[in-house]
Design a binder for this molecule. Sequence first.
Ligand code: PEP
Ligand code: MN
Length: 264
Amino acid sequence: KVNRLFHPEDSIIDVAGIKVGGKENIVVIGGPCSVEGQEQITEIAKEVKAAGGVMLRGGAYKPRTSPYAFQGMGSEGIKCMVNARKATGLPIVSEIMSIDKIDEFVENVDLIQVGARNMQNFDLLKALGKINKPILLKRGLSNTIEEWLMSAEYIMAGGNENVILCERGIRTFEKYTRNTLDLSVVPIVKKKSHLPIIIDPSHATGDWELVESMSLAAIAAGADGLIIEVHNCPECAWSDGMQSLKPERFAEVIRKGRAIAQVI
Ligand code: PEP
Ligand code: MN
């Protein structure tokens, strides 16, 4: 189902009225790594919207490397996201980590993110195949394009064909950046599949100073959109502050990105 051979035209995925894919506008999603409280997420949501972002991201269940690091606000965080959507009208994106939270996500979240670490959690993928909500499937830290597309196939095989792919950098020997952004996946995935693909330059680089150039390169490569970490106080962020853009810089990325999208 993922293969372009059996579906020649680009798929356009509808996320609460926002169209992702095809030759439409590029879709830029912004928001903090983690939801930290109602005031924080509502404030950032307003800034994301003012900058031209069309969806709000925010993690409530966080897959942290250390069990002692902040694990996310859980259900409280999802409620804060819902309120931020009420305040701005922006559809919300959040990461699911386990099957037992599916009802909560179906009820509240517009675009359900499967994080890199769960790309091959096949039971989770099968369960998400049975629901009727769009899925944002991130590429695993060390997974091939073939494996990634097969994970999309797991979701689609169950009947849910609303899958958006997201490249977020892969593990290489290079330590200077958090991950290595594999931009060649954009034309490769577009050749092999009809699904939309967006780029996460924040996790791909781990460094806010690299986010703008990688965002613009992603759009030039033909990506359908971007998901960028945005925080109104990156130095106070509870997670991933080093790679988060301030709202003004996020606005600048959108402005330049749209200009590039016009000419490709
Ligand atoms: C995230 O989006 O906050 C996240 C944890 O991303 P990834 O799964 O790509 O590491
Ligand atoms: Mn993050």
